[in-house]
Design a binder for this molecule. Structure first.
Ligand code: FRU
Length: 322
């Protein structure tokens, strides 16, 4: 069995278990639970999402007043729209959504808001302000910090030299757009740096690996790979390693979860990664605040940290200006 297949099965089990456990609570606690909160997660194909679900489900389990209804949209916008509509029909008390992409999920977020259900948008934003609150990190600043680290690795300010190959996350999502914009803004000051690539690998490791295999054929020289998440950075690393060229390159990613990015930085496969905290627990806290009538902010920005081989065992370092 391939690693990807076996991983999928493990994640599948996790998701099924989450459903079974909420199913049991459904039967036993339904009458007691004061609040039913729908949660539409765009996918659980990536480890960051699995961690996100685990953190949120554990947080919900600590609240006897809450019955969380987690659904997995299997990476499909239409499925996520249908889930949102089912939450609206069921008249849940609040909805947490982490959208697959922005344009396709904007209208249904508005529909829920119009139906009087508070919607808390997590990680990837939507193109409207008709939601109750948003939780995410500052992807633009993370992109800028990654750009500064790239400049440092390629020789330092005003002297940096090299070719940077970029691999993008889903370009219909704000995190990919902002991680790209922040990075470009910083490296644009360096006359010696040339940016190439920029293809959309939809956040997926296997797609990034394929893109990098092609890139290695067309580019004799690549000095640094900047990928918008760690799975894609690692996919690029694997392609470069198989082509015997990984030693000539640095690899920068984003997410820094312990079992992926931090592990790959420790082993030297990635050069640096930036923490992208999972937003579920904060989202639940906000939902409860709204339901209890407490005031909430429109946007909550979670912190980041940079991890390199030298700093990973001390929990990384703060990012200047964040
Ligand atoms: C997981 C993920 C993360 C990334 C985030 C951006 O689905 O791709 O790796 O940081 O989504 O929205």
């Amino acid at each position: 069995m391939s690693t990807i297949t076996s991983r999928r099965i493990i994640f599948g089990f996790f998701v099924a278990a989450a459903f079974v456990s909420t199913g049991c609570r459904d039967a036993a606690d339904r009458e007691q639970a004061k609040y039913v909160i729908g949660f539409s997660q765009c996918t659980t194909l990536e480890p960051w999402r699995v961690l996100f679900n685990r953190n949120l489900i554990e947080a919900a389990d600590r609240h006897p007043d809450v019955q969380l209804v987690p659904l997995d949209a299997n990476d499909r916008t239409e499925e996520q729209v249908a889930q949102m509509r089912s939450f609206i029909r069921r008249r849940v008390d609040a909805i947490l959504i982490s959208p697959k992409e922005s344009p396709g999920l904007t209208r249904v977020v508005e529909e829920a808001t119009e139906a009087g259900i508070p919607v808390i948008v997590l990680d990837r934003g939507v193109n409207t302000d008709q939601f109750a609150s948003f939780v995410g990190a500052d992807n633009y600043e993370i992109g800028r910090a990654a750009g500064r680290e790239a400049v440092r690795l390629l020789g330092g300010s005003d002297q940096a030299e090299g070719i940077i190959y970029e691999i993008c996350g889903g370009l219909a999502t704000p995190p990919a757009q902002e991680r790209r914009a922040g990075f470009h803004e910083v490296v644009a000051f360096e006359a010696g740096i040339r940016m190439v690539g920029g293809l959309d690998a939809d956040w997926k490791k296997d797609q990034a690996q394929n893109i990098m295999q092609d890139a290695l054929k067309t580019h004799d020289r690549i000095d640094l790979v900047y990928a918008h998440n760690d799975p894609m950075a690692h996919g690029a690393y694997l392609a470069a390693r198989d082509a015997g060229r990984a030693d000539q390159m640095k690899f920068i990613g984003i997410d820094a979860i312990p079992e992926e990015g931090q592990r790959w930085v420790r082993s030297g496969e990635l050069t640096a990664t930036f923490l992208y905290p999972t937003p579920g627990e904060k989202g639940l806290e906000i939902a409860l605040d709204i339901l209890e009538g407490n005031p909430v902010e429109k946007r909550y920005i979670l912190p980041t940290r940079m991890f390199t081989r030298e700093t990973v065992d001390e929990g990384g370092v703060e990012v200047a200006g964040y």
